[in-house]
Write a new protein. Structure first.
Length: 434
């Protein structure tokens, strides 16, 4: 990939070339690496370029990667309001001097790239045409895109940091109002920002609990999809992988300490007659959740326990930013689901290593379902002073293709958003959270 071109031109001439290519009829795809992205107030040409990109959005897609500076974020917010997807890259990911615009048109996949090297206040643009010559830039952009964070996520993080370590949404909303005024944020950009703000501040961890066969994994995956549709980055975790590791260590005598009492069953399943044997797995899950929070906006944590109050004590340090989704289904339906799913681990041999790939639909021996998991203590949890008001319940007692779960998860997302959405409209009237 070239990093410098020979002839320098005036900035307005360079922007004029970008505008001319942006308004070309038939353009349906535009990917932009713009480390020096400028807001519309900088030059009249910038507003015209933004309008032309909005027109491309109406017939295709425009994606922009820029850097974490106030001017870039202000410009990115203007583009976001017009439907452009904007992400913020870490400065170490690439040179601030290189920028490019990658245009694609029609079914033929024709490609044009405007590549610019900015140095010492001068622009040195060049034109690259053809699918093959442009491909290295597309590959580079794809890597940058996946390594970057959505503009709204970065803004939400900055607002929360400025508000300080508070659980009340009102200081956060005051910071939102201040930064919206300073960066001239369009209401449409604020609407996109609010889900990131609400989940980052009030719901960093979602604990998906319930008895085996109730549909926890399905609910977790569906919620992850809804968050992804809001451009919220999430990660799903389950304690089963840690419990299975402990089980393997015991049956193969790899683990230290006394035996915990795991009993192997056909099909790769196991039972733990005493739930205390699963305590190390739960502690490992808590640590994995903490680690995940460094890289993800929301962490979805799934586990089943016969004593939820005791299990949730392990998550006490995360409680301030956590919500619980309890999934329930009748005993008959749970037993039927468990009998139908039972996927054994897949073993993969690679030279001298063996990898086990576990399924969410893992086997659970019927003895465990009847004895250890006949109840999960949800009635007691509802009365818990610490967790009772953080529980959202989903009745998954119908195999209806997920319609009821979908409606319930929409309600859950709205429950998380509501204090921030209402407060964003009338911040002085927002009540203190329960």
């Amino acid at each position: 990939m070239p990093t410098a071109l020979a002839r320098s031109v005036r900035r307005t001439s360079y922007l004029g070339v970008v505008l001319a290519e942006s308004v070309r009829a038939g353009t349906t795809r535009l990917d932009v690496l713009a480390p020096r992205l400028a807001p519309a107030r900088v030059a009249p040409l910038v507003r015209r370029i933004q309008d032309s990109w909005a027109a491309v959005v109406r017939r295709g897609v425009v994606r922009v990667v820029t850097l974490d500076s106030e001017e870039c974020i202000e410009a990115g917010a203007e583009l976001s309001a017009a439907g452009v997807e904007v992400r913020i890259a870490r400065r170490e990911l690439g040179s601030e001097s290189l920028s490019y615009h990658l245009f694609g048109a029609g079914q033929s996949g024709t490609s044009t790239a405007i590549v610019n090297h900015h140095q010492d206040g001068l622009d040195r643009p060049g034109l690259v045409q053809g699918v093959v010559p442009v491909q290295p830039y597309r590959t580079h952009f794809s890597a940058m895109w996946h390594a970057s964070s959505p503009l709204e996520s970065v803004l939400a993080e900055k607002i929360i940091q400025r508000a300080g370590a508070v659980t009340d949404p009102r200081p956060v909303l005051r910071e939102l109002k201040e930064i919206s005024a300073r960066l001239h944020l369009d209401p449409r950009c604020v609407d996109k920002l609010l889900p990131h703000l609400a989940f980052r501040h009030g719901c960093r961890v979602v604990l998906v609990v319930g008895l085996p066969g109730s549909g926890k994994s399905y609910v977790r995956r569906c919620l992850a999809a809804k968050l992804s549709a809001l451009s919220i980055k999430s990660r799903g975790l389950t304690d089963y992988v840690f419990a299975y590791r402990d089980f393997l260590h015991e049956v193969t005598m790899l683990g230290p300490g006394p035996a915990a009492g795991f009993v192997p069953h056909a099909g790769g399943g196991f039972t733990a007659p005493d739930e205390a044997a699963l305590a190390p797995a739960l502690r490992a899950l808590v640590q994995a959740a903490r680690d995940s929070m460094d890289e993800n906006e929301v962490t979805l944590v799934e586990f089943a326990r016969a004593d939820l109050i005791r299990a949730l004590r392990e998550f006490e340090s995360l409680r301030a930013g956590a919500q619980v989704i309890h999934v329930m289904a009748s005993e008959t339906l749970r037993a039927d689901r468990l009998s139908r799913r039972a996927e054994p681990p897949e073993s993969i041999l690679n030279d001298e290593s063996i990898t086990l790939r576990l399924s969410d639909n893992h086997a659970l021996p019927s003895t465990a379902a009847r004895t250890l998991y006949h109840s999960d203590g949800i009635a007691q949890l509802r009365m818990s002073r610490q967790w009772g008001r953080r529980i959202f319940e989903i009745d998954n007692d119908l195999d209806d293709g997920g319609a009821r779960v979908d409606v319930a998860l929409e309600e859950f997302v709205e429950t998380v958003l509501r204090p921030y959405r209402v407060g964003a409209a009338t911040p002085t009237q927002q009540p203190a959270p329960a």
